[in-house]
Design a protein around this ligand. Sequence first.
Ligand SMILES: Cc1cc2nc3c(=O)[nH]c(=O)nc-3n(C[C@H](O)[C@H](O)[C@H](O)COP(=O)(O)OP(=O)(O)OC[C@H]3O[C@@H](n4cnc5c(N)ncnc54)[C@H](O)[C@@H]3O)c2cc1C
Length: 405
Amino acid sequence: MVRRIVVVGGGVIGTSVAWHLARADAGEIVLVERHQLGAGTTWHSAGNILWNPIDMHDLPILYMLDEVIPAVTEESGQETGWLETGRLCLARTRATLDVLAVQAEEGMRRGFVSRMLEPSDIPAYNPLIDPTPLIGAWLNGKVGRLNPADLTAAYARAARRRGVTTLEERPATGLAMQGVTVCGVETPQGTIPADLVVVCGGMWSRRFLEPLGIALGQWGCEHFYAIARTDPALPRETPSFISPDDSIYGREEVGGLLFGAFDEDAITLEDGAPPDDFAFSLLSENWDKFGPYAERAAELFPCLKTAPIHRFVNGPEAFSIDGKPLMGPVTGIEGLLVASAFNSAGVSYSGLAGQMMADLATGASPRFDPAPYDPDRFDERTHDPHWMRSTVSGTPSSKYRDANV
Ligand SMILES: Cc1cc2nc3c(=O)[nH]c(=O)nc-3n(C[C@H](O)[C@H](O)[C@H](O)COP(=O)(O)OP(=O)(O)OC[C@H]3O[C@@H](n4cnc5c(N)ncnc54)[C@H](O)[C@@H]3O)c2cc1C
């Protein structure tokens, strides 16, 4: 009998999951999206994808770069805007430089473009950088960016070509249950029968599963970047940058400079996620919170002291307690998989999420070890909103601990 699978949520994760399920011949697949594809967090993502040799990045990112992007582009006929730019990983401190040097060596060993730079070499790669506060950098060539909306469209189109039904403006209002087994997805237009449901609801996954007594270890946090008009304008191929000692990152955007921060004590959302009607939306500008990071960015890019800000993006995103996504089955409920809380790396991990869900759905031998992502890895405190908020507030900046970014 053909298995009926419903994917809830049409962001970059849900569309990748749908495409991977179809490629794996997992069954008859329906994707339901409350608004339009990409309307949640995906549309305002910066779209950076970076390889580095730490466990969480290494194989999943190589899979994304070397297999997923070429395959989905070819199958869908939809370009993703992929542009390999490389990245300058900047160091102000010896501790950071030492970590980067180890990563650079591994990059070289793999045959990637990878070299350590002296401060005086850095402006050749980005003329807006003043290297005075820096003691060196790693030029990591295995990094680039794409347009997240185009990648989402490519996944969706390739999935449809393989027979997936995509229903937009179709909210999932609940799960139909037979005892502890999921048997369908409820929508205002009726229940869609299902043998398996994969919840890819981004920030809203926790709210969606709460009626089953499940408290996913994720919470929505505000996340900021700004885009400045710079003089001179930057070429598109300019390497992106990251400064772990400042908790800031950035890249060229339409000739200007996009720069963002993973702040300490990130602002958590009141109810864990924005209201359900939050589509293609942003939260308010918050210069009080972003200001200190903008000042640090201006030490590295002096032009930011006077450059006009063209756009400020306060886009919320789901973060987990330990900075790793939640992917896999949930104990006690049959017929349910979760792929959620991508900690500001969901575009990069969309290939990983899709492949992992397809392997779990079909029982294939897993290409990637699901154990570190087990949604049940946290304790009962996930049920306590106060504890969740105070804990997850520290997750965004933890990305920069040990310069493993
Ligand atoms: C400012 C910013 C910059 C970022 N930069 C990068 C980057 O450079 N590189 C990178 O890899 N990642 C980046 N990210 C992270 C990345 O954008 C996210 O991790 C990713 O978009 C999450 O995708 P998702 O599909 O899980 O969630 P979403 O895109 O939010 O998709 C979830 C979808 O589910 C739908 N939905 C929810 N509940 C229901 C329901 N009950 N019924 C039907 N539909 C439902 C929503 O409408 C939504 O469309 C960034 C994020 C932010 C905020």
